[in-house]
Design a protein around this ligand. Sequence first.
Ligand code: SF4
Length: 364
Amino acid sequence: MSEVRHNWSKQEILDIYNKPLMDLLYEAATIHRQEHDPNTVQVSTLLSIKTGGCPEDCGYCPQAARYHTDVEGNDLMSVQQVKAQALRAKSSGSSRVCMGAAWRNVKDGPEFDQVLEMVRTINKLDMEVCCTLGMITENQAQRLAEAGLYAYNHNLDTSEDYYKDVISTRAFEDRLDTIENVRKTNVTVCSGGIIGMGEALEDRAGMLVALSTLSPQPESVPINALVAVEGTPMEDIEPVSIWDMVRMVATTRIVMPNTQVRLSAGRTQMSREGQAMCFFAGANSIFAGDKLLTTPNPDVNEDMEMFKMLGLNPQKPFTKVSQPKTVEAQDSEYQNLGEKPKWTRPGHKIERNEAAKEKAKLSK
Ligand code: SF4
Protein backbone atom coordinates (compact mmCIF):
# COMPACT_ATOMS: atom_id res chain seq x y z
CA MET A 1 0.00 0.00 0.00
CA SER A 2 1.28 3.47 -0.84
CA GLU A 3 1.29 6.04 1.93
CA VAL A 4 -1.41 8.71 1.55
CA ARG A 5 0.13 12.02 2.62
CA HIS A 6 -1.83 15.18 3.33
CA ASN A 7 1.20 17.40 3.87
CA TRP A 8 2.71 17.76 0.40
CA SER A 9 4.55 21.03 -0.13
CA LYS A 10 4.58 22.91 -3.41
CA GLN A 11 8.32 22.36 -3.78
CA GLU A 12 8.04 18.60 -3.25
CA ILE A 13 5.34 18.41 -5.92
CA LEU A 14 7.36 20.56 -8.33
CA ASP A 15 10.36 18.28 -7.79
CA ILE A 16 8.21 15.29 -8.76
CA TYR A 17 6.72 17.09 -11.79
CA ASN A 18 10.19 18.03 -13.07
CA LYS A 19 11.85 14.62 -12.66
CA PRO A 20 13.43 13.04 -15.73
CA LEU A 21 10.41 11.70 -17.62
CA MET A 22 11.37 8.03 -17.43
CA ASP A 23 11.85 8.22 -13.67
CA LEU A 24 8.54 10.05 -13.27
CA LEU A 25 6.68 7.49 -15.39
CA TYR A 26 8.26 4.55 -13.58
CA GLU A 27 7.38 5.89 -10.15
CA ALA A 28 3.81 6.82 -11.13
CA ALA A 29 3.17 3.50 -12.91
CA THR A 30 4.53 1.56 -9.92
CA ILE A 31 2.15 3.33 -7.51
CA HIS A 32 -0.68 2.93 -10.01
CA ARG A 33 -0.13 -0.83 -10.18
CA GLN A 34 -0.01 -1.13 -6.39
CA GLU A 35 -3.33 0.65 -5.91
CA HIS A 36 -5.37 0.00 -9.07
CA ASP A 37 -5.90 -2.52 -11.84
CA PRO A 38 -3.73 -0.96 -14.59
CA ASN A 39 -5.88 -2.47 -17.35
CA THR A 40 -9.19 -1.09 -16.10
CA VAL A 41 -10.40 2.40 -16.94
CA GLN A 42 -13.67 3.92 -15.82
CA VAL A 43 -15.86 5.32 -18.59
CA SER A 44 -18.13 8.20 -17.58
CA THR A 45 -20.66 10.04 -19.70
CA LEU A 46 -21.02 13.76 -19.23
CA LEU A 47 -24.50 15.11 -19.84
CA SER A 48 -25.22 18.82 -20.04
CA ILE A 49 -28.66 18.94 -18.43
CA LYS A 50 -28.82 22.75 -18.56
CA THR A 51 -26.56 24.47 -21.06
CA GLY A 52 -25.35 28.06 -21.41
CA GLY A 53 -26.54 31.36 -19.99
CA CYS A 54 -24.32 31.09 -16.93
CA PRO A 55 -23.85 34.30 -14.89
CA GLU A 56 -20.23 33.44 -13.95
CA ASP A 57 -17.17 34.75 -15.79
CA CYS A 58 -14.85 31.70 -15.89
CA GLY A 59 -12.28 32.69 -18.50
CA TYR A 60 -12.19 29.25 -20.15
CA CYS A 61 -15.91 28.63 -20.43
CA PRO A 62 -18.10 29.03 -23.53
CA GLN A 63 -21.22 28.73 -21.37
CA ALA A 64 -20.70 32.09 -19.64
CA ALA A 65 -23.50 34.36 -20.88
CA ARG A 66 -21.22 37.40 -21.08
CA TYR A 67 -18.99 35.98 -23.83
CA HIS A 68 -20.00 35.53 -27.45
CA THR A 69 -19.66 31.86 -28.37
CA ASP A 70 -21.56 29.39 -30.53
CA VAL A 71 -23.05 27.57 -27.55
CA GLU A 72 -26.81 27.29 -27.79
CA GLY A 73 -28.48 27.56 -24.40
CA ASN A 74 -31.00 24.97 -23.24
CA ASP A 75 -33.45 24.87 -20.36
CA LEU A 76 -33.22 22.06 -17.84
CA MET A 77 -33.77 18.67 -19.49
CA SER A 78 -36.68 16.49 -18.44
CA VAL A 79 -36.19 13.41 -16.26
CA GLN A 80 -37.29 11.21 -19.18
CA GLN A 81 -34.72 12.77 -21.54
CA VAL A 82 -31.99 12.19 -18.98
CA LYS A 83 -33.10 8.59 -18.40
CA ALA A 84 -32.99 7.87 -22.15
CA GLN A 85 -29.46 9.29 -22.40
CA ALA A 86 -28.31 7.37 -19.34
CA LEU A 87 -29.60 4.09 -20.80
CA ARG A 88 -27.76 4.81 -24.04
CA ALA A 89 -24.56 5.55 -22.09
CA LYS A 90 -24.94 2.32 -20.09
CA SER A 91 -25.36 0.22 -23.22
CA SER A 92 -22.14 1.64 -24.63
CA GLY A 93 -20.05 0.77 -21.56
CA SER A 94 -20.37 3.81 -19.26
CA SER A 95 -20.65 3.09 -15.57
CA ARG A 96 -21.15 6.71 -14.50
CA VAL A 97 -23.33 9.58 -15.65
CA CYS A 98 -22.17 13.06 -14.71
CA MET A 99 -24.89 15.71 -15.04
CA GLY A 100 -23.72 19.28 -15.47
CA ALA A 101 -25.84 22.42 -15.13
CA ALA A 102 -24.49 25.87 -16.00
CA TRP A 103 -25.46 27.40 -12.65
CA ARG A 104 -23.50 29.60 -10.25
CA ASN A 105 -25.04 27.71 -7.34
CA VAL A 106 -27.96 25.45 -6.61
CA LYS A 107 -31.22 27.21 -5.77
CA ASP A 108 -33.88 25.41 -3.75
CA GLY A 109 -37.02 25.03 -5.85
CA PRO A 110 -38.64 23.03 -8.65
CA GLU A 111 -35.51 22.82 -10.83
CA PHE A 112 -33.43 21.35 -8.03
CA ASP A 113 -36.30 18.97 -7.21
CA GLN A 114 -36.18 17.85 -10.85
CA VAL A 115 -32.42 17.22 -10.59
CA LEU A 116 -33.02 15.16 -7.44
CA GLU A 117 -35.51 13.06 -9.43
CA MET A 118 -32.89 12.58 -12.16
CA VAL A 119 -30.44 11.34 -9.52
CA ARG A 120 -33.01 8.85 -8.17
CA THR A 121 -33.80 7.63 -11.68
CA ILE A 122 -30.18 7.02 -12.72
CA ASN A 123 -29.19 5.40 -9.42
CA LYS A 124 -32.04 2.95 -9.99
CA LEU A 125 -30.43 2.06 -13.34
CA ASP A 126 -27.44 0.85 -11.27
CA MET A 127 -25.12 3.50 -12.61
CA GLU A 128 -22.96 5.83 -10.56
CA VAL A 129 -24.50 9.31 -10.58
CA CYS A 130 -22.40 12.45 -10.39
CA CYS A 131 -23.61 16.06 -10.49
CA THR A 132 -21.82 19.32 -11.13
CA LEU A 133 -24.26 22.12 -10.33
CA GLY A 134 -22.08 24.87 -8.89
CA MET A 135 -21.89 25.82 -5.24
CA ILE A 136 -24.13 23.97 -2.78
CA THR A 137 -25.05 24.19 0.88
CA GLU A 138 -24.83 21.33 3.34
CA ASN A 139 -28.61 20.78 3.22
CA GLN A 140 -28.58 20.63 -0.57
CA ALA A 141 -25.70 18.15 -0.45
CA GLN A 142 -27.67 16.02 2.04
CA ARG A 143 -30.70 16.05 -0.27
CA LEU A 144 -28.52 14.89 -3.17
CA ALA A 145 -27.04 12.17 -0.97
CA GLU A 146 -30.51 10.91 0.00
CA ALA A 147 -31.51 10.81 -3.67
CA GLY A 148 -28.60 8.40 -4.27
CA LEU A 149 -25.85 10.67 -5.58
CA TYR A 150 -22.50 8.89 -5.82
CA ALA A 151 -20.21 11.85 -6.53
CA TYR A 152 -20.30 15.63 -6.62
CA ASN A 153 -17.93 17.42 -8.98
CA HIS A 154 -16.59 20.81 -8.02
CA ASN A 155 -13.26 21.64 -9.63
CA LEU A 156 -10.70 23.90 -7.99
CA ASP A 157 -9.61 24.69 -11.58
CA THR A 158 -6.12 25.98 -10.69
CA SER A 159 -4.05 27.26 -7.77
CA GLU A 160 -5.51 29.71 -5.27
CA ASP A 161 -3.07 32.36 -6.59
CA TYR A 162 -3.99 31.98 -10.25
CA TYR A 163 -7.73 31.62 -9.58
CA LYS A 164 -7.97 35.41 -9.37
CA ASP A 165 -6.76 35.63 -12.99
CA VAL A 166 -9.41 33.24 -14.26
CA ILE A 167 -12.64 34.03 -12.37
CA SER A 168 -13.86 37.17 -10.64
CA THR A 169 -17.41 36.15 -9.76
CA ARG A 170 -16.52 33.81 -6.91
CA ALA A 171 -13.53 33.01 -4.71
CA PHE A 172 -11.35 29.93 -4.33
CA GLU A 173 -12.61 29.72 -0.76
CA ASP A 174 -16.19 29.17 -2.03
CA ARG A 175 -14.98 26.09 -3.87
CA LEU A 176 -13.43 24.68 -0.71
CA ASP A 177 -16.62 25.44 1.25
CA THR A 178 -18.74 23.48 -1.22
CA ILE A 179 -16.34 20.53 -1.07
CA GLU A 180 -16.57 20.68 2.73
CA ASN A 181 -20.38 20.62 2.51
CA VAL A 182 -20.23 17.53 0.28
CA ARG A 183 -17.83 15.89 2.74
CA LYS A 184 -20.48 16.09 5.47
CA THR A 185 -22.48 13.50 3.48
CA ASN A 186 -21.68 10.06 2.05
CA VAL A 187 -21.27 11.51 -1.44
CA THR A 188 -17.75 11.13 -2.85
CA VAL A 189 -15.80 14.18 -4.06
CA CYS A 190 -14.63 14.75 -7.63
CA SER A 191 -12.40 17.81 -7.93
CA GLY A 192 -9.59 18.69 -10.27
CA GLY A 193 -8.61 21.38 -12.69
CA ILE A 194 -7.43 22.60 -16.05
CA ILE A 195 -3.91 23.02 -17.33
CA GLY A 196 -2.88 25.22 -20.23
CA MET A 197 -4.70 28.40 -19.11
CA GLY A 198 -1.47 30.39 -19.03
CA GLU A 199 -0.62 29.32 -15.49
CA ALA A 200 2.93 28.70 -14.21
CA LEU A 201 4.18 25.27 -13.18
CA GLU A 202 3.96 26.57 -9.60
CA ASP A 203 0.19 26.96 -10.10
CA ARG A 204 -0.17 23.37 -11.27
CA ALA A 205 1.74 22.27 -8.18
CA GLY A 206 -0.31 24.68 -6.05
CA MET A 207 -3.54 23.11 -7.25
CA LEU A 208 -2.22 19.64 -6.39
CA VAL A 209 -1.23 20.91 -2.93
CA ALA A 210 -4.79 22.17 -2.39
CA LEU A 211 -6.32 18.86 -3.53
CA SER A 212 -3.90 16.46 -1.87
CA THR A 213 -4.00 18.20 1.50
CA LEU A 214 -7.77 17.72 1.69
CA SER A 215 -8.51 14.94 4.13
CA PRO A 216 -9.73 12.62 2.77
CA GLN A 217 -8.30 13.30 -0.67
CA PRO A 218 -10.89 13.54 -3.47
CA GLU A 219 -11.97 10.12 -4.73
CA SER A 220 -11.75 11.46 -8.28
CA VAL A 221 -9.48 14.13 -9.80
CA PRO A 222 -10.16 15.24 -13.39
CA ILE A 223 -7.18 16.68 -15.25
CA ASN A 224 -8.37 18.79 -18.16
CA ALA A 225 -6.35 20.40 -20.93
CA LEU A 226 -7.79 23.76 -21.92
CA VAL A 227 -9.88 23.62 -25.09
CA ALA A 228 -9.63 27.23 -26.28
CA VAL A 229 -13.06 28.22 -27.58
CA GLU A 230 -13.59 31.24 -29.84
CA GLY A 231 -15.22 34.13 -28.03
CA THR A 232 -13.91 33.18 -24.59
CA PRO A 233 -11.12 35.22 -22.95
CA MET A 234 -8.73 32.29 -23.49
CA GLU A 235 -9.53 31.82 -27.20
CA ASP A 236 -5.95 32.50 -28.34
CA ILE A 237 -4.11 30.23 -25.94
CA GLU A 238 -2.15 27.45 -27.68
CA PRO A 239 -2.97 23.86 -26.68
CA VAL A 240 -0.87 22.45 -23.90
CA SER A 241 1.74 19.86 -24.92
CA ILE A 242 1.15 16.15 -24.35
CA TRP A 243 4.27 16.06 -22.18
CA ASP A 244 2.67 18.53 -19.79
CA MET A 245 -0.43 16.34 -19.59
CA VAL A 246 1.63 13.20 -18.98
CA ARG A 247 3.65 14.94 -16.27
CA MET A 248 0.50 16.33 -14.62
CA VAL A 249 -1.25 12.94 -14.63
CA ALA A 250 1.83 11.16 -13.27
CA THR A 251 2.35 13.74 -10.53
CA THR A 252 -1.33 13.56 -9.55
CA ARG A 253 -1.07 9.76 -9.35
CA ILE A 254 1.98 9.98 -7.07
CA VAL A 255 0.55 12.54 -4.64
CA MET A 256 -2.94 10.98 -4.60
CA PRO A 257 -2.31 7.22 -4.91
CA ASN A 258 -5.87 6.00 -4.27
CA THR A 259 -7.71 8.57 -6.37
CA GLN A 260 -9.26 7.91 -9.77
CA VAL A 261 -7.35 10.25 -12.06
CA ARG A 262 -9.57 11.30 -14.92
CA LEU A 263 -8.32 12.25 -18.35
CA SER A 264 -10.95 14.84 -19.19
CA ALA A 265 -11.30 17.73 -21.67
CA GLY A 266 -8.70 18.06 -24.39
CA ARG A 267 -8.49 14.41 -25.46
CA THR A 268 -9.27 15.31 -29.09
CA GLN A 269 -5.97 17.21 -29.12
CA MET A 270 -4.09 14.08 -28.01
CA SER A 271 -2.91 11.15 -30.10
CA ARG A 272 -3.74 7.62 -29.02
CA GLU A 273 -0.09 7.19 -28.13
CA GLY A 274 -0.31 10.25 -25.90
CA GLN A 275 -3.44 8.95 -24.21
CA ALA A 276 -1.82 5.52 -23.75
CA MET A 277 1.09 7.21 -21.99
CA CYS A 278 -1.39 8.98 -19.69
CA PHE A 279 -3.00 5.62 -18.83
CA PHE A 280 0.45 4.21 -18.11
CA ALA A 281 1.19 7.23 -15.91
CA GLY A 282 -1.91 6.57 -13.81
CA ALA A 283 -5.01 7.93 -15.53
CA ASN A 284 -7.80 5.44 -14.96
CA SER A 285 -10.92 7.26 -15.98
CA ILE A 286 -12.17 9.04 -19.10
CA PHE A 287 -15.24 10.87 -20.28
CA ALA A 288 -16.99 9.26 -23.22
CA GLY A 289 -19.30 10.78 -25.81
CA ASP A 290 -18.72 13.16 -28.69
CA LYS A 291 -19.25 16.27 -26.52
CA LEU A 292 -17.90 17.29 -23.13
CA LEU A 293 -20.67 19.66 -22.05
CA THR A 294 -20.00 21.90 -25.06
CA THR A 295 -16.51 21.07 -26.33
CA PRO A 296 -15.60 18.20 -28.71
CA ASN A 297 -14.54 14.77 -27.44
CA PRO A 298 -13.66 11.47 -29.19
CA ASP A 299 -16.81 9.43 -29.91
CA VAL A 300 -17.58 6.24 -28.01
CA ASN A 301 -16.64 3.90 -30.89
CA GLU A 302 -13.21 5.52 -31.21
CA ASP A 303 -12.68 5.05 -27.48
CA MET A 304 -13.78 1.42 -27.54
CA GLU A 305 -11.40 0.78 -30.46
CA MET A 306 -8.60 2.38 -28.42
CA PHE A 307 -9.51 0.22 -25.39
CA LYS A 308 -9.35 -2.90 -27.58
CA MET A 309 -6.01 -1.88 -29.02
CA LEU A 310 -4.55 -1.25 -25.54
CA GLY A 311 -6.23 -4.24 -23.87
CA LEU A 312 -8.15 -2.00 -21.47
CA ASN A 313 -11.49 -2.92 -19.88
CA PRO A 314 -14.20 -0.51 -18.72
CA GLN A 315 -14.58 -0.43 -14.94
CA LYS A 316 -17.80 -1.83 -13.45
CA PRO A 317 -19.96 0.58 -11.43
CA PHE A 318 -19.53 0.76 -7.64
CA THR A 319 -16.09 -0.89 -7.72
CA LYS A 320 -14.57 1.62 -5.30
CA VAL A 321 -17.52 2.63 -3.09
CA SER A 322 -20.80 0.71 -2.71
CA GLN A 323 -24.03 1.90 -4.30
CA PRO A 324 -25.89 4.53 -2.26
CA LYS A 325 -29.53 3.90 -1.34
CA THR A 326 -32.20 6.10 -2.87
CA VAL A 327 -34.68 7.67 -0.46
CA GLU A 328 -37.91 8.74 -2.16
CA ALA A 329 -38.88 12.42 -1.98
CA GLN A 330 -41.81 11.79 0.41
CA ASP A 331 -39.59 9.87 2.87
CA SER A 332 -36.78 12.39 2.80
CA GLU A 333 -35.35 13.66 6.08
CA TYR A 334 -33.93 16.80 4.45
CA GLN A 335 -36.40 19.27 2.96
CA ASN A 336 -36.33 22.37 0.80
CA LEU A 337 -35.21 25.10 3.22
CA GLY A 338 -35.50 27.91 0.68
CA GLU A 339 -31.94 28.85 1.54
CA LYS A 340 -30.37 31.98 0.10
CA PRO A 341 -26.67 31.51 0.88
CA LYS A 342 -24.31 34.39 0.33
CA TRP A 343 -21.49 33.06 -1.83
CA THR A 344 -18.59 35.43 -2.38
CA ARG A 345 -18.52 37.82 -5.33
CA PRO A 346 -15.03 39.40 -5.34
CA GLY A 347 -15.73 41.35 -8.56
CA HIS A 348 -12.13 42.35 -9.27
CA LYS A 349 -11.35 43.13 -12.91
CA ILE A 350 -9.62 40.51 -15.04
CA GLU A 351 -8.38 42.28 -18.14
CA ARG A 352 -8.88 39.48 -20.67
CA ASN A 353 -12.35 38.65 -19.28
CA GLU A 354 -13.36 42.31 -19.60
CA ALA A 355 -11.98 42.48 -23.14
CA ALA A 356 -13.93 39.36 -24.19
CA LYS A 357 -17.09 40.82 -22.66
CA GLU A 358 -16.66 44.08 -24.58
CA LYS A 359 -15.98 42.18 -27.81
CA ALA A 360 -19.17 40.17 -27.27
CA LYS A 361 -21.18 43.36 -26.73
CA LEU A 362 -19.93 44.79 -30.01
CA SER A 363 -20.78 41.65 -31.95
CA LYS A 364 -24.41 41.59 -30.73
S1 SF4 B 1 -17.46 26.81 -15.78
FE1 SF4 B 1 -19.49 26.52 -14.87
S2 SF4 B 1 -19.70 28.25 -13.47
FE2 SF4 B 1 -18.05 28.81 -14.89
S3 SF4 B 1 -19.10 29.96 -16.55
FE3 SF4 B 1 -18.97 27.79 -17.16
S4 SF4 B 1 -20.92 26.91 -16.54
FE4 SF4 B 1 -20.67 28.82 -15.42
